[in-house]
Each structure stands twice: as C-alpha cells, then as structure tokens.
Design a protein around this ligand. Structure first.
Ligand code: ZN
Length: 69
C-alpha cells in the first residue's frame, strides 16, 4: 500500500493500475518505479502536475510504501 506523498495519509483509493487518489488532501498520484508523480485535480476534472513543488528526494517512492504493494 501507499502513503500519500503530500499529507502522509493512508486513506488512499486506487483509481488505476498505478494511479491513486488521496481522500484527505484530494490529490492524485501515480507510481513509477522509483518515484511518485503528484497531480492536483482541477474543478473541470483536468490534472495539473505538482512535481515541480517537490524535490526528487521528496518523491522517492520507497518512503511512501507500507506493507504489501
Ligand atoms: Zn494526501
């Protein structure tokens, strides 16, 4: 399972094979091999990337994994 990279919540919904949604801070995130990708869901349903406000270290996947993925 994953922890939200933004708010560290475990209240995560799965919306795709590698796509998840945080019910606490309402961001969507994708999981790549080594990194997370963060998106904000806009009012019109489009996604805007939040990757530029996080450093590569902050997006490192391993720190957001707990239990079995
Ligand atoms: Zn969150």
């Amino acid at each position: 399972m994953y922890i939200c990279p933004n708010c560290k919540s475990k209240n995560i919904g799965k919306i795709g094979t590698h796509q998840f949604y945080c019910w606490e801070c309402f961001i969507e995130f994708g999981v790549k091999k080594k990194q997370m990708e963060l998106y904000q869901v806009e009012e019109d349903g489009s996604l805007s990337s939040l990757d530029d406000i996080f450093t590569p270290e902050e997006l490192a996947r391993d720190q957001y994994v707990y239990g079995d993925v």
